[in-house]
Ligand binder design. Structure first.
Ligand code: AMP
Length: 443
């Protein structure tokens, strides 16, 4: 199959060829004809599967072939993204695909001045990519009109709910014309997302290009058990031992990111960090420098977990496990993209056993544990498996086979009850928007 056989027009074929896209990926092969046919779409695609082109390319074709010219402050297609970085990245791809088309594209998001965005929107924009909060601000200030909208895309929809954008989504939904095409993309599909899809989509075509909630099999994953207080030391040890070139590291909290970056920089390691407290320009610069291989270690909170496309990233390290198990899939999806192989290593302490268990259950695999010499934890990480079982108490060590050898020797360290801190419930409570604007008409 080629892009030409999917019915794409020549200027798009030229753009894809220039990018080196030779054959459509599975999600593209299914999504492109469906979008061109005007269908609503509900697509579950793993990260790195080429889903951006899957929705953007046919959308650009429809905008070129159909509909009136965009008027002042209007947009004809709106792509909603959960994070600023993702909005930038999606916009960069859309602009590349649209290079030979007579269409305008733009990205808007918070954390930067709104005025230039308002100026830019004055003439109208064919494809607008943005984060929900800033889009609402622009709408409220009359800088954005949605009455010309033909297509709405929700990218990483589950992440938008995770980040608490449910109310913003409900508000945006109320501003939309009833007659439109809606495309919903999500790396994972929770029940909340299915509910949202039921409210927003009409007779959608469901696309699922990979088994639900299974991490990319191009990523080699394993766990190194370690005591919490020795994680940074272990990270540096593994990095030096493995001669790691470029690593994206995920830490749970903003403070955790800063502490690790300080420690690494103090050791003369070329590291930088991104998290939600940093100004947008600083975040983007750190990311750009990492992408350009000018930074060796980028430490991030989950703000960087989704959607970011970093070419040839060989390794992801979970310095802390994510609280939401699904984030594990998104984090490790930063490596092993577009057919490359990658490695994902998780440094796991006893406190994190419930999170480990939830991840194994979600990904339907028991992660291999590799003990690192001299870093064996004093607080043992209880056994887990893909059934979601946590063996709270370790098996009693076997007595030495030789009789009379003194069964009390080699007892090792037992986990005392209470050593494994109880985790909060793994799933956060997500609010699902309630849309009460009645059924809408299909385009
Ligand atoms: P995405 O899942 O949209 O973030 O895409 C992941 C990566 O795959 C990006 O670097 C794309 O440029 C690349 N890509 C998307 N579609 C294709 C294709 N058909 N052939 C080769 N690379 C692709």
């Amino acid at each position: 199959m080629t892009f030409a056989t999917l019915g794409l027009i020549e200027p798009l074929l030229r753009a894809l060829e220039a990018l080196g896209y030779q054959t459509p990926t599975p999600v593209q092969a299914q999504a492109i004809p469906a979008v061109l046919a005007g269908r609503d779409l509900m697509a579950a695609a793993q990260t790195g599967t080429g889903k951006t082109a899957g929705f953007a390319v046919p959308l650009l074709q429809l905008l070129t072939m159909e509909g009136p010219k965009v008027t002042a402050n209007s947009v004809r297609a709106l792509i909603l993204c959960p994070t600023r970085e993702l909005a930038e990245q999606v916009h960069a791809s859309v602009a590349q695909y649209a290079e030979h088309l007579p269409l305008t594209t733009y990205a808007v998001y918070g954390g930067v001045s709104i005025n230039p965005q308002m100026m830019k929107l004055r003439k109208g924009v064919d494809v607008l990519v943005g984060t929900p909060g800033r889009l609402i601000d622009l709408f409220r200030q009359n800088a954005l009109k949605l009455n010309q909208l033909q297509t709405l895309v929700l990218d990483e929809a589950d992440r938008m709910l995770d980040l608490g954008f449910s109310e913003e989504l409900a508000n945006i939904y109320r501003m939309l014309p009833k007659k439109r095409q809606t495309l919903l993309f999500s790396a994972t599909f929770s029940d909340d997302i299915r509910l949202l899809a039921g409210q927003m989509l009409i007779d959608p075509l469901s696309i699922e290009v990979s088994p639900r909630n299974v991490a990319a099999n191009t990523v080699k994953q394993w766990v190194v058990p370690v005591d919490k207080k020795r994680k940074a030391e272990l990270f540096v040890h593994l990095m030096r031992k493995g001669k790691w070139k470029q690593v994206l590291v995920f830490a749970k909290t903003r403070n955790g990111v800063d502490a690790l970056v300080d420690k690494l920089q103090g050791l003369g390691i070329n590291a930088d960090g991104i998290h939600g407290d940093k100004p947008q320009a600083t975040r983007q610069r750190a990311l750009d420098r990492f992408k350009a291989s000018e930074v060796q270690i980028l430490v991030a909170t989950d703000v960087a977990a989704r959607g970011l496309d970093i070419e040839d990233l060989p390794m992801v390290v979970n310095f802390d496990l994510p609280i939401v198990a699904e984030d594990y899939i998104h984090r490790i999806g930063r490596t092993g993209r577009a057919g490359n192989t990658g490695e994902a290593i998780s440094l796991v302490c006893a406190d994190e056993v419930n999170m480990l268990s939830a991840i194994e259950m979600l990904t339907r695999q028991t992660l291999t544990r590799k003990m690192e010499q001299d870093f064996e934890p004093e607080h043992r990480v209880p056994d887990t498996d893909a059934s979601g079982q946590v063996v709270k108490k370790p098996k009693k060590p076997k007595k030495p086979k030789t009789s009379g050898g003194g069964g009390k020797r080699n007892l090792g360290k037992w986990v005392e009850s209470g050593e494994v801190a109880a985790e909060p419930s793994i799933k956060p409570v997500r609010k699902v928007p309630v849309f009460n604007t009645g059924p809408r008409k299909k385009k």
